[in-house]
Design a protein around this ligand. Structure first.
Ligand SMILES: NC(=O)c1ccc[n+]([C@@H]2O[C@H](COP(=O)([O-])OP(=O)(O)OC[C@H]3O[C@@H](n4cnc5c(N)ncnc54)[C@H](O)[C@@H]3O)[C@@H](O)[C@H]2O)c1
Length: 459
């Protein structure tokens, strides 16, 4: 007899699977949590002192629970066979080939997982969709499982993850809400209760929302679309502020204090990134088009178009303010991660900015406290044209310009007098996150170009 009440398996040891299971293992010590992945390097890292992802608070939780009720292995089949509940948290990127390329979700990893669950199971299972998926994917999952069930019962439940990287552990410990979508049948409702039981170890009942499966799947896509829409909305206004001498921070504050609008996600920047926003909106657009809802699709597609435009606008501003040529100029990017407190660079605006700077024949230097290794992977085709330097002071030596790409606290605390002195003159600073003290930098001698505000230049 196992010492544990239930065995939970998580397939996919990524940014979602690892932290989610670490928090569950910390809160439900009477359950066993087994995290599996097909990538042995990732699993080795989860079992080492140097975890494969950086997330504040994650190390402590993993080190506390690992090999007690939290296990990381590559034994996918064995894990499936032993589990009562299976969370599937594999990647669901945008398709890069065939029909729907560049827009639809690539469900190959998802389907392989479904087939493997059906193939190796010897007892009934609850299968939980943790990955973000197109609405009605649970139906496909159920069909694959049922077609291969050999008399077993599989109940598919949707439980999308709303954590944000950089605050992932905090978000998991104190979620705004947990969403569980399940079939309305008695067995569906029993499965829903089993998942709610896990969360009720630390989440209040009023924050555990239950819906039908389709509402749950769609809500995740819609939440990301609305968040990204707020960023693109304020970024579109940032351009208007630059043209009219309004200040985007003042506008954001003025509108954000309206309780109907609210203050969050109104920060103008060089653009949003991350593995989810773009792919989930594309997914929504694809689904809307597949139902013939062209206007709905066009509406949401604009959120992405504005984001692409904002990144290009940032580079164009560099060009026009540096005498219309960047050729041969040393430009240092402060930060490469898509946001602070993560090493994740997926869809980071810094990727596109770097590529456009290289097209202008600039000499690009990248510095970041956590993301240099990922940056090298993203820019693998350009490695001979880029310098990577962890020390921001060394990176800035001899530079013509700095572009702030990530709002790391460390960039707010640097000695900019020292940096200014080591740079070429005129020294330009483009603050793509509006996080530095622009007047102080201007006083030091920099030409300062914020987002959505008048530049502070010397004549
Ligand atoms: N990253 C986020 O902030 C975030 C937030 C909420 C939701 N999501 C969603 O969660 C899902 C996972 O995202 P992520 O960022 O953790 O992705 P990730 O790429 O970091 O991790 C996915 C892992 O799944 C593994 N995998 C793929 N196929 C497998 C298989 N057949 N068997 C075992 N392992 C397999 C991969 O090797 C990889 O390690 C996605 O659908 C994403 O949209 C992500």
């Amino acid at each position: 007899m196992s010492e544990f009440k239930k065995t939970v398996l998580c397939i996919g040891a990524g940014y979602v699977g690892g932290p989610t299971m670490a928090v569950m293992a910390h809160k439900c010590t009477n359950y066993k949590f087994h995290v599996v992945d097909i990538n042995p390097k990732r699993i080795d890292a989860w079992n080492s002192s140097d975890l494969p992802i950086y997330e504040p608070g994650l190390d402590e939780l993993v080190f506390e629970r690992r090999n007690k009720n939290l296990f990381f292995t590559t034994e996918v089949a064995q894990g499936i066979a032993e589990a009562d509940i299976i969370f599937v948290s594999v990647n669901t990127p945008t398709k890069t080939y065939g029909h729907g390329a560049g827009i639809a979700a690539d469900l190959q990893y998802w389907e392989k997982t479904a087939r493997q669950i059906a193939e190796v199971s010897t007892s009934d299972k609850i299968v939980v969709e943790k990955s973000t998926l197109p609405v009605r994917t649970a139906e496909a999952m159920s069909k694959i499982l049922k077609a291969n069930s050999r008399g077993l019962n599989f109940e598919v439940v949707s439980n999308p993850e709303f954590l944000a990287e950089g605050t992932g552990i905090e978000d998991l410990l104190t979620p705004d809400r947990v969403l569980i979508g399940a079939d309305e049948s008695p067995s569906g409702q029993r499965a829903c209760q089993e998942i709610a039981d896990i969360y009720s170890h630390w989440v209040k009942p009023e924050r555990i929302l239950t819906t039908n499966v389709w509402s749950s799947e769609l809500s995740k896509l819609v939440a990301n679309a609305f968040l990204a829409q707020r960023v693109s909305s304020i970024n579109s206004i940032s351009a208007l502020c630059e043209a009219t001498e309004a200040d985007v921070n003042e506008v954001a504050h003025a509108i954000g204090t309206d309780s109907r609008i609210g203050p969050k996600f109104l920060k103008a920047s060089v653009g949003f990134g991350g593995s989810c926003f773009q792919k989930d909106i594309l997914n929504l657009v694809y689904i809307a088009r597949s139902y013939g809802l062209e206007e709905v699709a066009d509406y949401w597609e604009q959120v992405i178009s504005v984001n692409e435009w904002q990144k290009s606008r940032f580079v164009r501003k560099m060009i026009s303010s540096m005498f219309n040529t960047l050729a041969g100029k040393r430009i240092v990017l402060f930060g490469f991660a898509f946001k602070a407190n993560t090493g994740d660079t997926r869809e980071s605006p810094a990727i596109e900015v770097t590529k456009q700077l290289l097209e202008e024949r600039a000499s690009v230097v990248i510095t970041d406290p956590k993301a240099i290794e990922n940056a090298k992977i993203d820019l693998v085709e350009y490695l001979d044209q880029i310098e990577f330097e962890e020390d921001p002071y060394k990176a800035a030596e001899g530079a013509h310009a700095i572009g702030v790409m990530t709002e790391w606290d460390l960039y707010k605390e640097l000695d900019y007098q020292r940096i200014y002195e080591s740079m070429q003159k005129p020294a330009c600073l483009f603050d793509g996150r509006n996080v530095l003290d622009h007047s102080a930098l201007h006083e030091l001698g920099f030409h300062v170009f914020p987002i959505g505000k008048s530049p502070l230049v010397h004549h």
